[in-house]
Write a protein that binds this ligand. Structure first.
Ligand SMILES: C[S@@+](CC[C@H](N)C(=O)[O-])C[C@H]1O[C@@H](n2cnc3c(N)ncnc32)[C@H](O)[C@@H]1O
Length: 430
């Protein structure tokens, strides 16, 4: 971590793995004390030399008074930016560890929660997109009998202390004595690696997070790093239970209850399931399920765009915090608006998609790289049009249209840039 406090010039840290940055980039680590001057210097001198840079460090985030979750990432786009999101691995790891600790020294604690067995309760406030927990799985398995049997054997042969920890996990399937099979079935979490084999993983801490149909957290699997992250999806106050969704939340109450009963053997009593009148919520969730399925079958861009807009409105109306659903709608909406050459709406989908991706997957995840590129494409496109129309106005000085076009493009590019910054700062509000 010595890199963090070295001088301006030597502290450029070229990122080793280009896939981290979706094409390579530069990360700068420095101390908070030096920041205002360095920032000025960087923006004026270094940006042009490098052609595009990304800065991300807690100190800059603090300087800009960005909300806490963005302390891991702070994006500055130079005009010829190629990679708007970068990852300062070293800085972020230490920062993660520090930011997840509450005043009691813990981000959350595992305690008895009425009606749900053990559960995770926040020891500090969380912002949307703030990392709650990162954990590597104890083991991975598939749903097949052969795979389960193999992992059962592995568990039985674990060192004593670890085996005891596994045996302390909930088993909702066995009657008298807990079994490894029951524990694996109760706690196995799908690792979304795009594989057909539906791999699951067992965790010691992540497994303690209970379900809610209005979950305030969501989980995100990182395949390359082989770890599960849990991110806050909304503002969470200390003392609140941290819950994740076990199922697709875009189902009416009865279907949700049935799925939870079949797969986890419990009756959900979250605030959505306990609504006196849940008909309106049911109607919206049913519609959300239908519309999200239609996104995949829609044949025209116009229709896809209308569906994506409707979905975003409905997610807000139903107060669903999980941002992964919005990210899905934004992906479709963005592509459809590009097909339709709708330059007004495309950057909005790009920004909202980036915002949602950062909240549900964090800045390092590959799911965040694509929306980051969409957002930067808006900038690059505007920059290209500034250059083009500026050149035109040099060759045709009397061409007031070229000049006005340039001005307009410049204003739009700046607006987009500032909007991106503002929206990065305004995640909490969103
Ligand atoms: C992955 S474990 C969660 C942690 C578990 N509560 C424990 O004590 O270790 C899943 C089990 O927790 C319980 N559970 C999870 N969410 C619940 C909820 N909303 N209401 C009641 N029980 C819940 C169910 O018994 C479920 O099978």
């Amino acid at each position: 971590m010595a890199q963090r406090f070295v001088s301006l010039r030597s502290s450029w840290h070229r990122v080793r793995d280009s896939s981290d940055l979706n094409g390579g980039g530069i990360v700068k680590l420095c101390s908070a004390r030096k920041l205002p001057n360095e920032l000025k210097q960087l923006r004026k001198q270094e940006a042009r030399a490098i052609g595009g840079y990304c800065l991300l460090l807690p100190a800059i985030a603090k300087f800009m008074s960005l909300s806490q979750w963005t302390q891991k990432i702070c994006v500055f786009c130079a005009q010829r930016v190629k990679t708007p999101v970068a990852v300062a691995e070293a800085a972020s790891k230490e920062q993660d560890a520090a930011s997840v600790r509450g005043r009691k020294g813990k981000a959350f604690e595992i305690v008895e929660v009425e009606g749900s067995g053990l559960g995770a309760v926040a020891c500090k406030d969380f912002h949307p997109g703030e990392l709650v927990l990162t954990e590597e799985p104890l083991c991975k398995f598939e749903s097949s009998d052969a795979s389960l049997r193999m992992v059962e054997r592995k568990c039985a042969n674990l060192p004593d202390d670890l085996r005891k920890k596994v045996l302390s996990l909930e088993d909702s399937f066995s009657f008298d004595t807990k079994t490894f099979r029951g524990i694996l079935e109760t706690n196995g979490m799908v690792c979304e690696s795009g594989s057909d084999s539906d791999p699951k993983a067992l965790f010691l801490e992540v497994s303690r997070f209970n379900h809610s149909c209005n979950a305030n957290c969501d989980y995100s699997w990182r395949d390359r790093q082989n770890c599960m992250d849990i991110y806050a999806q909304t503002i969470i106050r200390a003392g609140e239970e941290l819950c994740i969704p076990y199922i697709d939340l875009r189902e009416p109450r009865q279907v949700r209850q049935q799925l939870l009963k079949e797969n986890w053997r419990f009756r959900c009593r979250c605030e959505v399931c306990c609504l006196k009148d849940f008909s309106e919520s049911d109607r919206r969730r049913l519609r959300l399920g239908e519309l999200s399925a239609l996104l995949y079958s829609s044949r025209t861009s116009g229709r896809t765009l209308r569906i994506a807009k409707k979905l975003l409105k409905l997610y807000n109306d139903e107060h669903i915090s999980a941002q992964s659903y919005k990210l899905e709608a934004c992906k479709f909406g963005y592509r459809a608006s590009l097909d339709l050459n709708d330059n007004e709406i495309a950057p909005r989908f790009a920004q909202l998609g980036l915002k949602s991706a950062m909240i549900c997957h964090g800045p390092e995840h590959e799911e965040t790289q694509a929306p980051a590129v969409w957002a930067s494409n808006g900038l690059c496109a505007s920059t290209a049009s500034i250059v083009l129309s500026s050149v035109l106005s040099i060759f045709f000085p009397l061409n007031s249209i070229g000049f006005l076009g340039s001005l307009d493009a410049h204003v739009r590019s700046e607006t987009l840039f500032f909007r991106t910054c503002i929206s990065l700062r305004g995640f909490a509000i969103f």
